[in-house]
Design a protein. Structure first.
Length: 301
């Protein structure tokens, strides 16, 4: 079978289901708010309980929403059939599809009219029911008492439902706050993890820097010890040189003083040569004829 024909049959099936469901919802809206009169108090209480359950499960806004969704689905099926009809393989099928499309349009229009009339009827039913309940409450007798009790029960149930709704709303707010707090905590943890990772990388860099600094300090300490040794050795050598020079100068000065004293002693005895060999003295260490005796001698060092 052709895919276009399959889509056509599928659209027909979906239309039948959606049309039936939408029609049921519209009928429920039309009958909304109608209270059937009961013959006994037990039947009245049972009817009131069923009415409460039905109102909780099939409220008028919910029924309206379901009916509107059904009408929207029917409109989409109309548009879909309008696209599929020209693509059918035979002319007879195309003509049949166009007739079916026109029939669907009429049915959808009738459902929209029924939907509007059903809402008007539901409002009228609710107004009529409220008027009847008001008359029953203002009247006397056992039926009025049962009606008041049922209304009190309904009011209590409504109050309890509102209380539960408020509790759920507060619980939801607390859960939202907890989720936000957890999100903030996770963000803080992630930020702390990033800071710790950065601190760890910086610590590794500082550790390598400290290691290089420690090596440099060790090298400087060794160099300082070596410089101290060199300075001590140089100072010792310099002291030895100074002592050597001083000792040499002291020896020459002593010799010079001895020679000078000997010359002065020889000049003090001009006529005598006893005990003194003047010629030997003059030949060895005496001054020349042109040099005065008081001329000082210079050290070669």
């Amino acid at each position: 079978m052709d895919k276009v024909v399959e889509e056509f049959e599928k659209a027909k099936k979906e239309w039948d289901d959606a049309y039936a469901n939408t029609k049921n919802h519209i009928e429920s809206i039309h009958n909304y708010g109608i209270n059937k009169k009961s013959s006994s108090i037990e039947e009245e209480e049972e009817q009131q309980q069923q009415s409460t359950n039905n109102n909780n499960s099939n409220s008028l806004p919910r029924l309206n929403g379901l009916a509107q969704d059904g009408l929207a689905l029917l409109n989409s099926l109309l548009f879909r059939l309008d696209l599929i009809a020209p693509q059918l393989p035979t002319d007879d099928q195309i003509q049949s599809a166009q007739q079916l499309l026109q029939s669907w349009k009429n049915q959808a229009h009738a459902l929209r009219m029924s939907f509007r009339n059903a809402n008007l009827q539901a409002k009228a039913n609710m107004k009529k029911t409220a008027q009847e309940e008001r008359e029953l409450l203002l009247g006397g007798g056992e039926e009025s008492t049962v009606r008041r009790r049922n209304l009190q029960t309904k009011a209590g149930m409504t109050s309890a439902a509102e209380s539960i709704t408020d509790s759920l709303r507060r619980t939801r707010q607390l859960m939202v706050q907890e989720v936000e707090r957890s999100t903030n905590t996770l963000a803080t943890f992630e930020e702390s993890t990033g800071i710790l990772t950065k601190a760890e990388s910086e610590y590794k860099g500082h550790r390598s820097l400290l290691s290089r600094t420690r090596n440099l300090l060790s090298t400087m300490q060794r160099q300082d010890v070596l410089d101290r040794v060199i300075m001590i050795v140089g100072f010792v050598l310099f002291s030895c040189a100074v002592l050597y020079v001083v000792s040499k100068r002291i020896g020459l000065l002593t010799l010079q003083r001895q020679v000078t004293a000997a010359i002065k002693a020889g000049m003090a005895k001009p006529g005598g040569n006893e005990g003194v060999n003047l010629g030997q003295v003059y030949d060895n260490v005496g001054p020349s004829a042109g040099v005065p005796l008081e001329r000082p001698m210079h050290d070669e060092l």
